[in-house]
Structure formats: C-alpha cells, structure tokens
Design a protein around this ligand. Structure first.
Ligand code: LLP
Length: 383
C-alpha cells in the first residue's frame, strides 16, 4: 500500500478515524493466494472472522474461495455475499441450536464439530429438521504454534477441538448417530504463525491421524488444515509467503492421502490491504515520554491493547526530523496505547496517521465502549 501525496490528499477529505482499504492490493493478494493453492490442488476457505465487511467479502467470493464461518450471522452474510453454501464450513465450540438450524437450512458443506456433546445435538436437530448433517471432526492435534499465547488454539490445555485421547470414544458414538455423515477431519493450531516449521509438525500429526481413521474404515474425504499463516507487522508491505506455506504441506503430507486438502486463511488475505487512518488531536509531554493522542483508540483497533500486538505506525503528513513518541488513543483506559517510544517524524496537531496491517481483526473487533461511533470504511475504488 503506497501512501502517495495524492492518496494522502484524498484521505484528508474524510472524517477520521476510518479504515482505508486498498482493494487492488486485496485483489492481487487473492489472485496470488488462490493461484498458489490451485497449483498444488488445494482449496481455500476464507476465514470470515478476519474481516466481514461486505465489500471485502464480495471481492473475496469473486476469486472462488469458500467460506469458513463461526456464527449463524457469518453464514448468512457469506451466502448473501456470493460464497456458495456448499463451500461454506461452520466451526466454533459453542454453536447454538438456532445457528445449527440456519446452517442446515442453507445446506452448508459441513460442520466442524468440536465435541461429543455437539455431535449429539447436531444429530438431534438434523433429525427434527429431516436433514443430514455433514461433519468434520475438529481434532486438537496438540501441536505448539509458537505464536502469541492468546491466539494459540491447538495445544491440549485449551477449549478447542476434540482431544486425540477422546477420539476412540467419539467415533464409536458417531457410528450410532443416524443423521450425521462423517466427511473428514479439521485442525487449526493458532493464528499469526510465522515459524512455518510448526506446520511440518502439524503434517506429521495429520499423517498419523489419516492412517488411524483409514484403518478404522473411515478414510476422510476432506482434510481441513485451518489457517494461521502469519504476516510481517514490522514490514507491512511485505507480501505473505503463500507459496512457501503451501509447499510445506505438499512436502510433508503423506503422498498416499487422497483426501481433498483445504485451508482457512483469514489474516494473510486481508491484513495488508487495510489501515486505520487517524488524526493527531494533541501532542502532550509526559515525564519520560511524549504522548501523541490520536482520535482513534482501542475501540477502533483493539489488537495492541488486547494482545500487546505490534502495528506499524506512520505519519503521512510530516516530513520533519524524527522524534520518539508514545502513541495513545482517547479512551479512558491506560492500555489504550498503539505503540511506545516509537520513532516518527516530528508530529503535531492535525497530522494524519496510518496504523498499518489493520485489514484483519481490525474493523471487525471495533466496539462502542465510551459510546464511541464505530469507524467507517473508505475504499480505494471510491475515492
Ligand atoms: N480457522 C479457525 C478455526 C480459526 O479459529 C481461525 C482464527 C482461522 C481459521 C483463521 O486464522 P488466520 O488465518 O486469520 O490466522 N483476533 C486475533 C486472531 C484470532 C484468530 C482466531 N481464529 C488477532 O487479532 O490476532
């Protein structure tokens, strides 16, 4: 994403804060990701949770992605935005009865079931609706993802998936559930994974589990390997390494596996094309630091306050020599900080600030605390 003087001039005309999306960059990212996947015979479902802005969703649907949803509302929206229902999967540890009914009615591809109790409920609701529920078992593979602790999902001590030790019990339960069709197995070990070796460990576990199911006469039709491909928050213009990512799986998944292989990418598809654009309200001296107070806060972009996540911050309007600043928002919380002691050109009231790599888990996690307005979206195609 290039903030030329021309683009900055156009952005200045909009009331801040807002999310700016470079849709050409999104299209380029989607073309590369879908091309690299197709070359290797893989399928990608877009993880809708990363960004459910309908403009973004429609573009993604246009590139032939399926959808990975975690709520009934996401399923409804995905179908309305052009994702085929039979290319939509539904994950989540707490699917409500109503959400299950919605998904059955729309005829989604499959439920990624996360517990024995959920399988029984799915069977019952499908029976009542006179439908069949296609199911993949989400297995917790106990593979460490080496990412932020708060976004790790595939180790034994967390709430996601069915533990390997429980599998024997779960498949004997499955054989008695007459409204359920077993389709395959699903994994997701965490998000923002930058050490791609982690995926080699996942492949080795998947190979064992494929054999385990096949030996029991349940050869999986589908293997869904989840998402998690990380991006460089330090270098927001660096393109995600889709080819390297998919290569790891091509190389380490057992050749005898005939299942369809799919992925659920979110962040790597949308993060780079979005930036939170904000204006400097005040520059305020502290005892050991100088604060920049923005008109955007943790209510607009929660990741730094919630996970201590790093986002690159750029001053789009100053060309003065650099100084060191702590960049804060206006919210009544001490954690409302976007970056501490960061180097920026000398900054003053009215400067336009871009917080980069905010196209995933940005706008969708915005909230109304302090009775703030939700940040609107501005698209490159419209300005
Ligand atoms: N599949 C499943 C089952 C997931 O739980 C997730 C993300 C994905 C796919 C997509 O993962 P991605 O490719 O985007 O890494 N709010 C956090 C991230 C939470 C991710 C939750 N699950 C953040 O801002 O970093």
């Amino acid at each position: 994403m290039m903030f030329t003087t021309e683009l900055t001039g156009k952005l200045k005309r909009h009331e801040t804060p807002f999310y700016y999306y470079d849709l050409d960059l999104l299209r380029e990212t989607l073309a590369v990701a879908s091309g690299e996947a197709a070359k290797r015979g893989f399928k990608v479902h877009y993880a809708v949770k990363a960004n459910f802005n309908p403009v973004i969703m429609k573009i993604i649907a246009g590139y032939g992605f399926g959808a990975d949803c975690v709520s009934g509302n996401e399923i409804d929206l995905a179908v309305n935005c052009g994702f085929p229902a039979d290319e939509t999967v539904f994950a989540g540890v707490g699917k409500s009865d109503r959400e299950i009914e919605t998904a059955l009615k729309l005829g989604i591809k499959c439920f990624n079931a996360e517990s024995a109790a959920e399988l029984e409920v799915l069977n019952e609701i499908a029976g009542k609706a006179g439908r069949r529920a296609a199911v993949a078992l989400r297995i917790n593979p106990n593979v460490e993802a080496h990412t932020l602790k708060h976004i790790t999902t595939g180790t034994d001590e967390n709430k996601f998936g069915i533990r390997i030790a429980e599998l024997e019990k779960v498949i004997s339960l499955l054989s008695g559930l007459e409204n359920i069709d077993f389709r395959g197995i699903h994994f997701h070990i965490g998000s923002q994974i930058t050490d791609l070796h982690v995926y080699r460990n996942l492949c080795l576990r998947v190979n064992e589990l494929w054999q385990w199911f096949t030996d029991r006469g349940m050869e999986p039709e589908d293997i869904n390997l989840g998402g998690g491909l990380g991006i460089s928050y330090e270098e927001p213009d660096r393109f995600p390494s889709f080819a390297d990512y998919f290569d790891i799986f091509r190389e380490h998944l057992d050749r005898k596996i005939r299942s369809t292989i799919s992925f659920e990418l979110g962040r790597s598809l949308t993060a780079g094309c979005g930036a939170l654009i904000s204006k400097v309200l005040y520059v305020k001296p502290g005892t050991s630091e100088t604060f920049i107070i923005l008109d955007a806060g943790m209510t607009d972009l929660l990741r730094p306050a919630l996970y201590h996540a790093f986002h690159r911050i750029e001053n789009l309007t100053s060309v003065l020599p650099p100084g060191k600043y702590t960049v804060a928002g206006p919210i009544c919380e001490s954690t409302d900080i976007f970056g501490k002691f960061i180097s920026l050109p000398e900054t003053g009231r009215g400067d336009l600030i871009a917080i980069r790599s905010a196209g995933a888990y940005g706008e969708v996690m915005a909230m109304r605390y302090n009775m703030r307005s939700l940040p609107p979206a501005v698209f490159s195609d419209d300005i």
